[in-house]
Design a protein around this ligand. Structure first.
Ligand code: ZN
Ligand code: FE
Length: 255
């Protein structure tokens, strides 16, 4: 159950989420999220239905809800198989409407979703795809960010404009600095290699690159990250203007 915290004479209930992260496919992460107050479980994206079913079984959890961030097959490809196996409902971004199967509810920017007693706020962050959304749990200080931001990186701009992607990153940057960011891919080593080449004299970049190498050498994930860490070492988030962002993104695309 949640723990009551006195704030100015009132009690607010801080709910707790159990987050189970596991590797999927080549370099994706799967996430299962359980509301500890009610036992309700959501999958963030469906990279690999069989692997997600295996993980559910290992945890002894039952899937209630699937939350898609965007339409790409490594994020929504397991929707139908998982829904068939578990009866879970599927929520997905309205902007990717024509490309996602099995959806029960289409989500808009600002929508609030409940998982048991926990809540997620939907943030529309286009650029990688037209519809891409994040799931932000303000009380838990965490967000599932799909392919918008990665540790030291950001998603490729496939469908939207550079201005949209820049704005999407700035929205993430405006979240409280302690917010934990769950990225959908383990891309940190390649991102660090690019950042070191692009900003060879930047101490924050060099330090993070060394930490990432050490973590990966031990076979450990470098995800999640935090808003504060990305402000320090993410060249895409640090870009102040659309022009500056575009220059970094194009250099990475050509790297
Ligand atoms: Zn993607
Ligand atoms: Fe992806």
């Amino acid at each position: 159950m949640g723990v009551g915290k006195p704030t100015g004479g009132r009690y607010i209930w801080r709910m707790t989420l159990d987050i189970h992260q596991f590797p999927c496919l080549q370099d994706n992460y799967g996430f299962l999220v359980r509301d500890t107050a009610t036992g309700q479980v959501a999958a963030i994206d469906t990279p690999d239905a069989q692997e997600i079913l295996r993980q559910l079984q290992q945890k002894g959890w039952t899937l209630d809800l699937i939350l898609n961030t965007h339409w790409h097959p490594d994020h929504a490809g397991g929707n139908v198989a998982l829904k068939t196996a578990t009866g879970a409902h599927i929520f997905a971004p309205i902007g990717d409407q024509d490309k996602i199967e099995g959806v029960d509810r289409w989500l808009h920017d600002g929508d609030i979703i409940s998982l048991g007693q926990s809540q997620f706020e939907v943030l529309h962050c286009p650029g990688h795809t037209h519809g891409h959304i994040l799931y932000h749990a303000p009380q838990e200080r965490l967000a599932f960010v799909g392919d918008v931001i990665f540790k030291m990186g950001c998603g490729r701009v496939f469908e939207g404009t550079m201005a949209e992607m820049h704005h999407s990153l700035q929205r993430i940057g405006a979240l409280p600095p302690e917010t934990t960011l769950y990225c959908a891919h383990e891309y940190s080593e390649a991102n660090a290699a690019f950042a070191c080449a692009y900003a060879p004299d930047d101490p924050a970049v060099q330090t993070s690159a060394e930490q990432i190498q050490a973590t990966r050498a031990q076979g450990q994930p470098t995800v999640p990250t935090t808003v504060a860490d990305e402000h320090a070492h993410n060249l895409f988030l640090r870009a102040k203007t659309v022009a500056e962002f575009t220059a970094v993104r194009q250099a990475k695309d050509a790297f």
